[in-house]
Design a protein around this ligand. Sequence first.
Ligand code: ATR
Length: 298
Amino acid sequence: MSSLSVDTSNQKVAADKSSKTFCIIGDPVEHSFSPLMHNAAFKYLNLNYSYIAFKVKVNELKESVESLRDINVAGFNVTIPHKVEITRYIDRLSDEASLAGAVNTVKNENGIFVGYNTDIYGLMAPIEERLPDFECIEILILGAGGSSRAALVGLSRKKNIKSVFVVNRDKQKLSKIIELGNTLGLNCVPMEYADDEKLSQISTRCKLIINTTSVGLANEKSLLSSDSIHSESIVFDIVYKPIMTNLLECARSAHAKVIFGYEMLLNQGYKSFEIWTGLKAPQEVMRKALLGIFGEPR
Ligand code: ATR
């Protein structure tokens, strides 16, 4: 697929006066701040576009995508639990989405639903800010869903990572993702939550820990305790609500660095916006719309 061309002039008055509808589909989706972020950007650029959230249950995906075709939706985001399953119901995949086997952004290109994966950028941008060198490091990923797949694609572009450990409840999903990681050239190792002593031992060795599960969204206790986190580590929780999840609290009490989930939300959002509109995302506007709700994190 040809690379994306974006108009970087960031014109305040958009030429496109037509109305377009965008949305996010997922379950749960009520917590999503994507509507807030994208609507702020549309308004700032005088685009007559709107973005809404639709709850789509796990067994309703196929019909929901057909309904989105019927209403000629301009584009949509896909979140938990549909990022992998959605690949069956759209028409084409970008190279990155195809590599990951997961999609978080769909664009309606003249009736053709094209799937993209902007989670890869969303995850990697904040990691790269804190971690300039991946040489010989060990990494732990919690979860084996679509976001975990995106993380593996992003990490596979880094040279000489020693190992990427992945832990997941569902064994089938775990073995598939290990296969993906190894195919991408990583040294991917499966782990089990049940073997908590080994998990804790490995976890304390890992320079980077990424939670790609939804655990934390309902204020649950994190899957790792602070005893399993080294002070020199970086802990990234993709859950962005609450902003300070229990995992990030554990990381802070272990004196580790944290990466907040909103950082991924913003970065993947900038890229989705650019794919849909061909315009440079007004990053400060989107950031302010989001952090206005959270307040600046300390
Ligand atoms: P997405 O595609 O958005 O990543 P997903 O495919 O539903 O969403 O993935 C969610 C991940 O969170 C999965 O790895 C899931 O684990 P299972 O595959 O074992 O179901 C993980 N997850 C959700 N709730 C969890 C929990 N309570 N404990 C551990 N993992 C959990």
